[in-house]
Design a protein around this ligand. Structure first.
Ligand code: AMP
Ligand code: MG
Length: 361
């Protein structure tokens, strides 16, 4: 995996319309990073746009090396192969396990990183898609249990290694949360590099940092899940400044067998692709919170979980949630787009899409 410099330059030219400039106000750098099973695009602005963009790439690669299930010596692979024994881990994985446990609790188990063996049985880990036997699904589901994952307490004194262990036979898959965590880390990178504005697209995870150079918000399209092959087909457009927008949808990864479609978001209650009546879920939250929450991670975990939970439970969670605030755009199988009240002034429907739009409070 190398930096795609020539392609990046081409994209930079496309984005700027006139090429990168030495003018500190308009200078920009755009790089593509293939990591975490995703083609990512990061565009940074300002005088220090070049070091900021490459620091962002380094940050993503560092996280991938620790958190990937398919890189043999990653911390996650070592934990998955440890047969239930404790394994020494770094701070990022420790924090992610802690957050993943919380989001599993908040969503009644709809988000569960111990879903890994079931995801593999469907072939989504190695791109060798297959419909598993029902008995296999049933057996593997017994391994799905976040409460069997344990980790050492965080040593406030800074002494002692951080460790974690899984239950026997368990494995974890951070595919539903790691890109959100990476997006949170990019906010830190941009701050460290005094980069005033950036747009980072990590697959379905978008970070709109600052605003656009002309002072207006970034415009982020929500893919129409019914027309996944048309990248200009939107269910609507979000206008965002200093925010994350994370979309999960069955259309993002799926295979077909015997005329049926099977996607990659698994309902831990059944072991089968979630079938909740939603075709996509977008979760939006501010990237700057007074409490310093990792809201990118929250958006990523919630987008996956709420896709599993369906419209009613998703809205119940949205209504009962206190802080940090998040907002939702739900696209339903029956042709509706449901937008939560906090996005009233930041969401523009695409009237040509044929959806019926509803705002809920
Ligand atoms: P996302 O695109 O963020 O919705 O994440 C989807 C990915 O998360 C899948 O490709 C799996 O790797 C993993 N995954 C699937 N189902 C679940 C689930 N119920 N909870 C947590 N992770 C999941
Ligand atoms: Mg997710």
């Amino acid at each position: 995996m190398k930096r795609l410099t020539a392609y990046a330059l081409f994209l930079a030219l496309l984005l700027s319309g006139c090429g990168a400039s030495a003018d500190p106000d308009t200078a920009q750098e755009s790089i593509q990073v293939i990591a975490m099973d995703t083609a990512m695009l990061i565009t940074t602005y300002g005088e220090r746009s070049v070091p900021a963009a490459y620091a962002a790439e380094d940050c993503i690669r560092d996280l991938e090396a620790k958190l990937s299930r398919t890189i043999e010596d990653s911390e996650v692979s070592r934990l998955n192969a440890a047969g239930g024994e404790p394994v020494e881990i770094g701070e990022d994985l420790w924090e992610l396990l802690d957050l993943a446990r919380s989001y599993s609790d908040y969503t009644g188990g709809a988000f569960d990183i111990t879903i890994a063996p079931v995801v593999s049985a469907w072939g989504f880990t190695e791109d060798s898609f297959q419909v598993p036997f029902p008995a296999t699904v049933k057996k593997l589901l017994m391994l799905v249990d976040m409460t069997s994952v344990s980790q050492s307490p965080y040593p406030l004194t800074g002494e002692g290694p951080l460790t974690a262990s899984l239950g026997p036979g368990q494995e974890i898959d951070l595919g539903g949360i790691a890109k959100g965590y990476a997006a949170d880390k990019l906010v830190e990178v941009f701050k460290e590099h005094a980069c005033p504005r950036a747009l980072a697209q990590l697959g379905g995870n978008v970070l709109a940092y600052g605003g656009r150079p002309d002072g207006t918000p970034w415009r982020v399209g929500i893919q129409d899940p019914a027309r996944p092959d048309d990248k200009n087909a939107f269910a609507g457009v979000l206008e965002l400044t200093d925010a994350f927008a994370v979309t999960s949808g069955g259309y993002q990864r799926y295979f077909e067998q015997d005329g049926k479609t099977y996607h990659h978001i698994i309902d831990p209650a059944t072991g089968y692709p979630a079938d909740s009546g939603l075709t996509s879920v977008t979760v939006v939250a501010d990237c700057e919170t007074p409490e310093g929450y990792r809201t990118g991670t929250m958006c990523d975990a919630f987008s996956t979980a709420l896709f599993v939970m369906g419209e009613e439970k998703a809205l119940d969670l949205w209504r009962s949630w206190t802080a940090p605030a998040f907002e939702l755009v739900l696209v339903t199988e029956d042709g509706r787009v449901v937008v939560t009240g906090g996005l009233k002034d930041r969401f523009t429907p695409d009237e040509s899409s044929g959806y019926a739009y509803e705002t809920v409070s």
